[in-house]
Structure formats: structure tokens, C-alpha cells
Design a protein. Sequence first.
Length: 223
Amino acid sequence: MINRGGERSVLHQMLRCGIFVFFALSIVACGSMVEPVMREATATSVSVDEPDDSATPTMPPTATTMPPTQTPTTAPTAMPTLEPSPSPEPTSAPALSPIDRLVAVRDPFNGAILFGTFQDAANYSCANCHLTDSEKANLGPGLLNIKDRAATRVEGVTAAEYIYQSIVDSKSYTVEGFDPELMPQNWAEIYSDLEIFDIVAYLMTLEGRSDIDDPDPVAEDAD
């Protein structure tokens, strides 16, 4: 006879083995089902989150030609006609005489020395008879601003020509109120032409304020 306690022990062992096998089979079945589900979920996420680089994106077509813009046309305006202005008559500078040209290149400093040098042959120096810092008369006319007055003495004769001629021939032009005989007549023999041109160049530099209308202190003292 079989012991009932032994039968129960065997049944319990068989039941435990059956339960263990059941759970083992369930776990295997669940693992085989989870893998395809995970694969499907991974494939779905990739297709949603990561765009396919191989696909070429299509851009919307851009217009390559623009409709022509019409430029507004305005009616041409007639240009006003201008009357030609008359051309001014050309003015030519007065021609310089040979004496003007020579005086322009001479030495006025040497002329000042010659003007003040006493000459035994004339018994005078030019400075003995003519003032160079005043227009007032001494024995001869004052020579300040002589360039301006000499240019008006004789029509067609320049200032340099007039002064030169007055030195070499004092009787050719006589200033009113003066005796031409007081002027030595031999300056052209004492001085060479070039030295006379130096004197003329010096006299042409004598410029300053006119004092011809100022009172004469010598005359006032005499009164």
C-alpha cells in the first residue's frame, strides 16, 4: 500500500514542476513578442524624427522672367535758341619802345649812386637840383612820382622816353616855370647811354604820397 503522505509529496513536486515549466514558457513567449514590437517602434520613430537624406527636397518653382516695366515717355521739349554773343575785340598791349625795354632791365641801384655823384664836368650832381622825396621844386622840378607826370607830358611818348630825353637834351621839353638853361647840357657826354638808362630806371622807382599841396615850411619861416 502506498502511503498517502508520499502521494501528496509527489503531487506537490509535480505541481511545482508544472508551474515552473508554465512560467518558463510564458517568459520565452513574451520575449519573442517584445522584440518585433520594439523593432516596429524603433522603425516608426526613425521615420518620424529623422528625415531621409537620400530624398531630394523639392523647391517651389521661381519665376525666371520678370514682366517688362514700361518707361514713361515724355514729349521732347524744344531747346531755346540763344543768340550768339558778340566776341570782344582783342586788346593788344602797347608796344614797348627800345628805351622802355632797356630801362626795364637796367640797375636802379646803380642809377641812384650816379644820381647823387657830383660831376666836375657839370659842376653839379643831379641831386643838387632835384628832390627825390618830394614833388616840390628845388632848382629843378621835384622828382617824386615823376613816372606818373612824365607819362602825360607829350602824347605818344612814354615816361621812360620822356625822362631819358630830358637828361640828354634838356631843351627838348621845357617844364613851365623852369629855365632849361639851368640844366647842364653835357650829361650825355659825362654818362654813357647804359648809365643814363640806370638813372632813368632809378627815377621810375620814386613813388610816394604827393606833398605838392603841403605848406612849405621855408616859405612860412620867411614870412
